[in-house]
Design a binder for this molecule. Structure first.
Ligand code: BES
Ligand code: ZN
Length: 633
């Protein structure tokens, strides 16, 4: 019998003898005496948990592979099995101990397309250190490996990770649930012409060894472990904040994010001290699937926010706000995702109001409400109409399904409605103590509702049906209304155009795109009729240069309308855009319009374009667009 067979046999015996492990239905009792439950992990965190993780990583660009050792320091326990999450990883060996290591048996469970596999490691009651030796594969979903052509400088390759929601397990074997918080450290080796940065303490300068050490001393959930490797320089804004970018983008970043120190100060004045010491941004390539990602100490950002006029800085306000909502107080499971995003959108808007004024903040909130209305309609007509509730039921589903404007915008409007009812002072005091009392903890929706009752509603004698917002579909009637004259004006111009009036010699006479901000143009475009003629579309485009020169946010809205109206002249521009931009929310709508289009050939064209563009997308966007174009409904 060869050793592999022996190992399998031994492991099988060991499994039979150990306590039953029921991964998906385990109830965990963590903090606050509330029964928690995370259906998206195999790990047995209720029995044994990682306290600290030390990573030894080698990032190899020859074969696009990360070679790693994940050294887990476990808390006290009384179990003979530690279960970790893995996905498409090659596990080479597992050892126990520090300094002197001995191999131990492990079993890898069946592969689930969504959750990956369980890695069950045999341990002893006194086991404190578990070391997992592994390497990533070409199916590793968290990692995006970019050829030099896809970077700004076009000379060096680039690699970055995306962990949220459950992709960290595809590049690190760990307990991949937000219910556990860990500190981490890392020793990372990269090619000596590149620099590595992580969601941790970071080097300010490239060295010539290619070896970097990182420490994250605050406890974080696994989805916030992140790494980016490329040719980067650091531009500081102050002692504790700055931006990493390819040298080619340094000036644009310095211009766009000049208000960063002010944002941090504003946020601290509102909801208490920034507890992560440093706040930096790393500007990634265009393939990054999000506008921003709140990796602690180091927000990951997409170059689509470099609008050139600072009109997209609310994305940074958003990621910064996550330093309180999400990173400090974290959703316990992905069903509670609105606690991360709804609070963050609310907080983001408050930062924007403080720095840029109420008019700007209201404009942003209205754009979001426009998005919410579209999302509500889509969800109500889809397979899961119950997804318009804030608290979700995503067990056996992809947690990504919860990333809709319900969590973001309905969540934020819930908090705005509350604020309006109790008054800003009381509401701010409530949020400050909420962040303070739950700092570095995870929280469920149920915990939050209790806290809301006991700390805001009851003391102030306020009757408010929070359950209607949280557990019922749709948006309650008591939702506050926000209006903006500037956006109403854009709607009026669009409607005049829809009514066949000659706006080109009137409201739009001599108007240039720079005369209005991005959100005004988006409202204008969204208010144009989908029966606008291709000739009219062309005329608008000639004057305002939406297809050729506008920023990615405007282009995304314009291309969607172009598809609806059959304005096909701009296909080359649209294709160039779809080849460049990998930010999911900016391309998903375009592919959806092409799929649903009544104009012949649009779907075929979309598939052709996607076939060429998909290598420029991260797995997250690629799989979403595959679903859009190829799934059956
Ligand atoms: N944390 C999210 C991104 C995310 C959510 C990644 C769920 C994976 C799963 C991030 O903070 C975010 O919300 N980004 C938005 C920013 C916008 C709302 C200002 C984005 O990318 O568009
Ligand atoms: Zn967010």
């Amino acid at each position: 019998m060869n050793t592999l067979k022996l190992l399998i046999l031994l492991s099988a015996c060991f499994l039979v003898s150990c306590a039953p492990i029921n991964n998906n239905d385990q109830a965990n009792n963590l903090g606050d005496n509330v029964m928690h439950h995370d259906a998206h992990t195999y790990s047995n965190v209720e029995e044994i948990r990682t306290d600290h993780l030390h990573l030894e990583l080698e990032v190899n660009f020859e074969n696009n592979t990360v070679y790693g050792v994940a050294r887990h320091e476990m808390g006290e326990h009384n179990t003979d099995t530690a279960i970790f999450d893995i996905k498409e990883l090659e596990i080479k060996k597992v050892t126990l101990g520090k300094g002197k290591e001995e191999s131990t048996d492990f079993v890898i469970g069946n592969n689930n397309e969504l959750l990956g596999q369980s890695l069950k490691v045999k341990i002893k009651p006194d086991t404190k250190y578990i070391n997992i030796y592994y390497q990533t594969t070409d199916k590793t979903e968290a990692l995006d490996w970019l050829e030099p052509e896809l970077t700004a400088g076009k000379k060096h390759p680039y690699m970055y990770t995306q962990g949220q929601a459950i992709l960290t397990r595809s590049w690190i074997p760990l307990q991949d649930t937000p219910m556990n918080r860990i500190t981490y450290s890392a020793d990372v080796k990269v090619p000596s012409d590149l620099i590595a940065v992580m969601s941790a303490s970071n080097p300010k300068k490239k060295n010539n060894t290619g070896e970097y050490h990182f420490e994250m001393k605050q406890k974080i959930p696994a989805y916030l472990i992140a790494l980016a490797v490329g040719d980067m320089t650091y531009t500081p804004f102050s002692d504790n904040c700055g931006v990493y970018s390819e040298p080619e983008l340094a000036d644009a970043c310095a211009y766009e994010f000049v208000d960063l120190p002010k944002m941090i100060e504003t946020a601290e004045n509102m909801y208490g001290e920034y507890r992560w010491d440093q706040y930096d941004i790393v500007m990634l390539p265009y393939s990054f699937p999000f506008g921003g990602m709140e990796n602690p100490r180091l927000t990951f950002a997409n170059p689509t926010i470099l609008a050139g006029d600072r009109s997209m800085v609310s994305v940074i306000a958003h990621e910064l706000a996550h330093s309180w909502s999400g990173n400090l107080v974290t959703n316990a499971t992905w069903n509670d995702f609105w606690l991360n995003e709804g609070f963050t959108v609310y907080f983001e808007n408050r930062i924007m109001e403080e720095i840029y004024g109420k008019e700007t903040a209201d404009i942003l909130a209205i754009i979001e409400y426009q998005d919410l209305e579209v999302a509500l309609e889509d969800i109500e007509n889809g397979d899961h109409p119950e997804d318009t509730q804030l608290k979700l039921q995503l067990d056996h589903r992809n947690p990504d399904d919860g990333m809709t404007d319900i969590a973001y915008v309905k969540g934020a409007f819930f908090l705005r409605t509350l604020e309006h009812l109790v008054g800003r002072d009381k509401f701010d005091a409530f949020l400050t103590s909420y962040f303070d009392e739950h700092a570095f903890e995870t929280i469920t929706t149920e915990d939050f509702v209790k806290y809301l009752d006991s700390h805001l509603l009851e003391p102030n004698n306020i009757a408010f049906d929070a359950n209607e917002w949280i557990y019922q579909p749709g948006v309650p009637d008591n939702c506050i209304k926000i209006s903006s004259k500037r956006l109403d004006n854009m709607k009026t111009v669009a409607q005049a155009l829809n009514n066949g009036e000659d706006v080109f010699n009137n409201a739009l006479k001599d108007v240039e795109r720079g005369d209005y901000i991005t959100q005004e143009w988006m409202t204008f475009i969204r208010s144009l009729s989908n029966s606008t003629s291709p000739e009219q579309m062309k005329k608008i485009d000639e004057q305002l240069k939406f297809s050729s020169e506008a920023n990615p946010a405007i282009k995304s809205a314009w291309f969607q309308l172009a598809i609806q109206t059959g304005y096909q002249d701009i296909r080359p521009e649209m294709q160039a855009y779809l080849n460049l931009v990998g930010r999911r929310w900016y391309i998903e709508g375009i592919y959806q319009e092409l799929r649903d289009s009544k104009h012949q050939g649009d779907l075929v064209w979309a598939k052709e374009v996607f076939a060429g563009a998909q290598k420029n997308y991260h797995f997250v966007s690629k799989s979403t667009i595959e679903d859009v174009l190829y799934s059956e409904n």
